[in-house]
Every structure is written in structure tokens, then in C-alpha cells.
Design a protein around this ligand. Structure first.
Ligand SMILES: [Fe+2]
Ligand SMILES: [Fe+2]
Length: 410
């Protein structure tokens, strides 16, 4: 039954209310609850937070009015998924919002590295950039601007992370130290790309790695069409709910195909991975029950990128804490995957993946032991960090965009 959200009279008097006409919403961008949660970490904001309640948009928190109480109200309201409430930021303010998120992510990375100095800072900084791109996909829909941002993040990651020994271990360990920094799609993209590069080396060219990385970032794009009440359900799904959940692969494929058709820079293979990432090697997956390798059977086989992403997806999901399950340490997640679903994955990819994650975890453990024997003295590299490089690349990109594109939503 629908739980209608009532706007109190005092709220109506306090907030500016915008009637949503057909074109109004295009000037605003919805934001995910994960990103919204980052606002608890700041004392000031330089943009407004809007709350959409059915056909009205309320300027709910102005920069001068930021308070814990108002953040709490927005949080509780947006959890009531069937009440038709959503959180938005004006498109023209989105760069300011992103700037705030960057600030919070950096703060979180610093405290992560302080707690565990053996983690690879470069991996964490790239991860932070990748999650910013992934969150745009999950809540904001896919348009040309989002696709360009995703492509830039994926290419930057590929060019800077391919051969890092401790990348897989850092991605595996960071979640148990600060779960709020973790982002499922960013981790799937990074695990997939590092996995492929480790296994195939130079036979896996940079251009393919960039497409695979984007496939990871977009693989769950269709989840934006699944209600939060189902996504966050603590108990088992009813058959109907499971059907809705499974539909995310079709939604993702459709959204990506539409964006590609409209000229967004996305390779068609990315859409194929979105619809195939829950297929299983022996045919027990969905939506079509495909099986085996595309290389052997082009009609019913699963594309190699989908086979890689499905492993990263399952591993990343086990690492995460979800409402219906606890977070698992990396070693346990690997063991569980190997024992519970040995036939689900292509053994030619899965076995080297497990081996490489273990090697990476050992490398991280050795680094930690070294730290300990040095009496925990750790030098944080404050010089030419990867974060600086990302910021410079982004500045150059947005300068290019200013010249070639009119401003969105102005
Ligand atoms: Fe999925
Ligand atoms: Fe996923």
C-alpha cells in the first residue's frame, strides 16, 4: 500500500516550492542515498538540496540552512520509497556538489590510510574517482555528459592502475575498514580490469581494457529502475519481487542502448555485459540461461567480458555488508565463491582470479609486516599524488567541454 508523504504547512511556508511541469525536472539531477549520506561529513554547502514529493519540488535545504535535523528529515523521507519522494540537486550546481563529495572522499581516504598504512593510496584515489562516476550512472540516468565522465574515469583508471600488485588486495580490504567509501560498481570495474590485465597481459589491449572498465561501471545501471524497498529488502524475495530485481538487466540494456542511439560515447559491448552479467557458465543464470563461451557458440555463449564481470560482481557483493548479509573478509569471500558456486564461472578466468587476489593479499600482508617492524612509521606521499592528476585531467576535460558544449540546465 502506498505511504503518501504529506508536506506540512510549516514546510510549505519555509521552502520555495516549484511545480513540476513536463520539462522542469531536466534542470535537476537525482542523487543517491549513498551520496546524500556524505553530506553528514561537511559543515557547509554551497548548493541547495531539493526534495521531490510527487509533482512538487521543494528547495528543502538552502546553503544557509544546513543542519543535522534537516539532513535527517530528507534521509527518512527518501527511505519511504513508495511515497514518491526523491532527492535532487540543480544541474547547474552539480559541479559544486561533486566538489563537496571529492572533499569528503579525500577525508575518508586519509583516515583509511592512517588506520591501515599498507593500503595502496593510488588505488584508493582512483577508486574514489571511479565511484564518483559510478554514482552518476546509478541515480542520474545515462546521457552524453554522464557517459563522457564515465569514459574519462575508466580510461584514467586503465592508464594508471593496470600493473599495481596491491590493487586487488586494497580493494578487498578497504571495505572492512570504511564501508561508506566502498562503491560496488567502481569495485567491479576495477577488479574486472585488473583481473583481465593480470591474466592476459599485453594480449589485452588498453582500448579493450577501457571498454571492460566501463562495462563494470555500467553493469547495474538498470538498478535505478528497481524500487529501494526491493533493493534494500532484508528478508528473502517473493517470486514477484525477485522478478522485479532480475529485471534490472533488461532496464540496464535498454537505458544503455537508448543512450548509445542518442550518440553517447558507449561501446555496444557495454550494453551486452549489462544484460549478461547474471548469466552463469553452466546455464543456471538469467535472463536467457546462456551457457559456455561466446567464442565457442555465438548464439548461446556468454561474452568474455560478461564472464569476467560476473566474477568481479559476485566477489564484490560478498565483500559488502548488505541489509540481508554481513560483510565478509576477502579470504572467506574467495573460499565461499570457490565452494558454493564452482560451476557458475568460467574456470579459465575464475581460477587465475582467485590465485591473483591471494597473491595480492599476501603482498599487502608483507607490506603490513614491514610497517610493523619499522615501528609503524609511515610516510604519506603528499607530493604529486594521483588525486592531483585526476583533478588536472578533469579540469582540462571541463575546459574542453565549455568550448564545445552549451551549459546544461542553465
Ligand atoms: Fe546485477
Ligand atoms: Fe552488481
Amino acid at each position: 500500500m502506498s505511504r503518501k508523504f504529506i508536506i506540512k504547512e510549516s514546510t510549505r511556508n519555509r521552502c520555495k516550492i516549484i511545480k513540476i511541469e513536463q520539462s522542469t525536472l531536466s534542470a535537476y539531477r537525482p542523487i543517491s542515498l549513498e551520496l546524500f549520506a556524505y553530506l553528514w561529513e561537511v559543515k557547509t554547502i554551497d548548493f541547495s538540496i531539493f526534495l521531490r514529493v510527487e509533482s512538487e519540488l521543494l528547495e528543502y535545504i538552502k546553503p544557509s540552512e544546513l543542519s543535522i535535523e534537516l539532513l535527517q528529515h530528507v534521509w527518512l523521507a527518501s527511505l519511504k520509497d513508495d511515497a514518491g519522494v526523491d532527492v535532487y540537486v540543480a544541474r547547474k550546481d552539480f559541479p559544486r556538489f561533486e566538489h563537496t563529495l571529492d572533499y569528503v572522499r579525500k577525508k575518508k581516504i586519509n583516515s583509511l590510510v592512517e588506520k591501515e598504512p599498507s593500503l595502496d593510496r593510488k588505488t584508493l584515489e582512483i577508486f574514489s574517482d571511479m565511484s564518483a562516476a559510478s554514482q552518476m550512472v546509478l541515480r542520474g540516468g545515462i546521457d552524453k555528459q554522464v557517459a563522457e565522465r564515465v569514459k574519462a574515469a575508466a580510461c584514467f583508471m586503465v592508464q594508471n592502475l593496470m600493473d599495481s600488485d596491491s590493487a586487488m588486495a586494497t580493494l578487498s580490504r578497504m571495505i572492512s575498514i570504511d564501508p561508506t567509501l566502498y562503491d560496488h560498481s567502481a569495485s567491479v570495474a576495477m577488479f574486472s580490469t585488473v583481473m583481465a590485465r593480470r591474466q592476459y597481459g599485453d594480449k589485452f589491449p588498453i582500448r579493450d581494457a577501457e571498454i571492460l572498465a566501463q562495462s563494470g561501471l555500467y553493469h547495474d545501471a538498470g538498478k535505478s529502475c528497481v524500487p529501494n524497498a526491493i533493493l534494500n529488502k532484508p528478508g528473502a524475495f517473493t517470486p514477484e519481487e525477485f522478478d522485479v530485481m532480475k529485471s534490472h538487466v533488461h532496464h540496464g540494456f535498454r537505458e544503455l542502448s537508448t543512450a548509445i542511439h542518442a550518440g553517447a560515447p558507449i561501446d555496444p559491448l557495454v550494453a551486452q555485459v549489462a544484460i549478461e552479467h547474471h548469466e552463469r557458465f553452466t546455464g543456471k543464470g538469467y535472463p536467457y540461461g546462456k551457457r559456455g563461451r561466446f567464442e565457442d557458440d555465438q548464439e548461446n555463449g556468454i561474452h568474455p567480458y560478461s564472464r569476467i564481470v560476473s566474477i568481479a560482481d559476485a566477489y564484490s557483493a560478498l565483500l559488502m555488508k548488505r541489509v540481508y548479509k554481513p560483510a565478509l573478509p576477502a579470504e572467506m569471500a574467495l573460499e565461499l565463491l570457490s565452494k558454493s558456486a564452482p560451476d557458475d564461472f568460467d574456470p579459465l578466468i575464475f581460477e587465475p582470479f582467485v590465485h591473483n587476489v591471494k597473491l595480492s593479499l599476501n603482498a599487502l600482508r608483507d607490506a603490513r609486516e614491514k610497517e610493523k617492524s619499522r615501528g609503524n612509521i609511515y610516510m604519506v606521499d603528499k607530493g604529486d599524488s594521483i588525486a592531483q592528476k585526476i583533478a588536472e585531467t578533469r579540469k582540462a576535460d571541463s575546459a574542453k567541454a565549455q568550448v564545445t558544449k552549451p551549459k546544461m540546465g542553465a
